[in-house]
Design a binder for this molecule. Structure first.
Ligand code: UDX
Length: 480
């Protein structure tokens, strides 16, 4: 090992190609990972779809990457969709199919015989790809470079994906009957609290051939074939799940929460990698609000809601009397083509104690002292950002890992309330009052505790800090 370590010190640095799923969440995580690799002297080529690259060019200071990291470069390929095509939750399959047909062959050529192939001037020596990219296993094998999968959803969510074959074999999936409160037995580590309704919502199909189910089964077959799995989590939060994961892949690297991990390793401000323009006017508005008085409301970059749901949440917020800052991403309300007249009572109350933006600088918002809670769709990045800032949550999950995340937030981590499968103004009002008034201190105390643990994990000597060092060391050894 000593010999290999000194050889690794003298060899030229590994060249890692990072290929994220072209969505805000995964791009966020992978760019942060890329920065941390560069800080350690690795060369990084970051492969974006042209669509994502254009969004980044429009909304962020992309030059900062090149100024900070001479060993960093972006590469692009088409996703095959028309430019004005929607790329939200309901279109994921369209995007994946299109990428399969258009992007994958280009990627393959790029790393086998093209710009980054073994006989090129700058061959890649390692691939880090999103866990959903099953095609990466064969390609990495063919060019003889190690592959690491980075699944940017929560490990607790991913574990329910990995247990799908077991659920099918045991006859627990597809569900028999319609009782969503029945407990699930065949997800080790989640016995006793995981109900059918807490599994990803696509498990509610009765059809084994459902495309999402088939996609998950395919991912289940491929994930264990990688040389390691990278996760955006920290050991203290998900230890029982991570020990289950070790059974399918001995090399796992829980290195999160990534956004705050990067901050601890950088001496300067982090670069925003938002793919929408942030409306910063909410910060001066927050500055004028009392400490911990505002509920932040956001459903992330993919989830959508109906106009009825908007109204139920809106009335619930207004009737609770709380102050709120609400992100209404363009395109996130389905069926809003026609002109909508806002009821007078809502509009008055919103002027008085609410603020609405189309996209917020979320990390900064969550760290603002005026924020006292977060009504979230329980996307994994949002959940971790809230955990780090010690902000309790009301969870209203939409899809993929979010149903699992919200169960953990409510039942296991005791960091908030799970509102899944309902959207009723009375329930919203009750939960907001509980989070922001009657149980406020209790929730804040708990959130503060876990926030401290999360920060310790990314500080020098903390678990995530050590795992990142180990990951980089392993990449160096594997690419010798
Ligand atoms: C998706 C899935 O929905 C999620 O379940 C999965 O865990 C990751 O991929 P998304 O829906 O976008 O992600 O949610 P989330 O993971 O929470 O990521 C959203 C990101 O956008 C966060 O980093 C958040 O800070 C950022 N954001 C959101 C903003 O910067 N501004 C906003 O106004 C809203």
């Amino acid at each position: 090992d000593n010999e290999r370590a000194s050889a690794s010190a003298s060899a030229s640095p590994p060249h890692v190609l990072i290929f994220p799923l072209p969505l805000q969440g995964p791009v966020n995580c992978m760019l942060k990972l890329a920065e941390m690799f560069c800080l350690d002297g690795l060369q990084v080529t970051f492969l974006n779809t042209q669509y994502i690259q254009k969004c980044l060019l429009n909304c962020t200071n992309i030059e900062s990457y090149f100024q900070r990291y001479p060993s960093f470069r972006f590469e692009t390929l088409p996703d095959g969709l028309p430019e004005d095509s929607s790329r939200t939750a309901n279109d994921i399959f369209k995007m994946l199919d299109s990428m399969e047909a258009v992007s994958v062959p280009i990627f393959e050529e790029m790393v086998t015989s093209g710009t980054y192939g073994p006989s090129s001037e700058k061959p890649i020596t390692c691939i880090v790809a999103d866990g959903i990219f099953c095609f990466a296993v064969d390609i990495a094998k063919r060019i003889g470079v190690p592959l690491l999968y980075f699944d940017t959803i929560s490990p607790c969510g991913l574990w329910t994906y990995l247990c799908l074959p077991k659920l099918i074999e045991a006859g627990e999936f597809p569900f028999k009957g319609d009782d969503l409160d029945e407990l699930i037995v065949n997800v080790p580590g989640m016995e006793g609290f995981l109900r059918r309704r807490d599994l990803p919502s696509f498990y509610r199909t009765k059809d084994l051939n459902d495309p999402t189910i088939q996609l998950v089964l395919n991912e289940d077959r491929h994930l264990p074939l990688a040389q390691g799995l990278i996760f955006n989590t920290f050991e203290d939060l998900e230890e029982p799940i991570l020990s289950q994961m070790r059974k399918i892949s001995p090399k796992i690297y829980p290195i999160g929460p990534l956004h705050t991990h990067l901050k601890t390793r950088l001496a300067t401000e982090t670069i925003s990698n938002s793919i929408w323009k942030e409306d910063r006017s909410c910060i001066p508005w927050l500055d004028m609000q009392p400490i911990k008085s505002v509920l932040f409301v956001s459903i992330g970059s993919l989830a959508v809601m109906t106009m009825d749901q908007v109204l139920e949440i809106w009335y619930g917020l207004v009737n609770s009397g709380t102050r709120f800052l609400w992100v209404r991403r363009p395109g996130s309300v389905v069926g809003l083509e026609k002109e909508f007249e806002i009821p007078m009572d809502l509009s008055l109350a919103t002027k008085e104690r609410g603020y609405i933006v189309s996209w917020a600088p979320q990390e900064e918002v969550l760290s603002h002292p005026a924020i006292g809670g977060f009504l979230t769709h329980s996307g994994w990045n949002s959940t971790l950002e809230s955990i780090v800032e010690g902000k309790p949550m009301i969870c209203w999950p939409y899809f993929v890992d979010q149903q699992v995340n919200s169960r953990f937030v409510g039942e296991i981590w005791k960091l908030g309330l799970d509102m899944k499968d309902t959207c009723d103004r009375k329930i919203v009002e009750r939960m907001v009052r509980e989070l922001m008034e009657s149980k406020k201190e209790e929730f804040l105390q708990r959130a503060d505790q876990i926030s401290n643990v999360s920060k310790a994990s990314v500080s020098k000597g903390g678990c995530s800090y050590k795992y990142l060092d180990k990951l980089i060391e392993d990449i160096k050894l594997m690419t010798l």
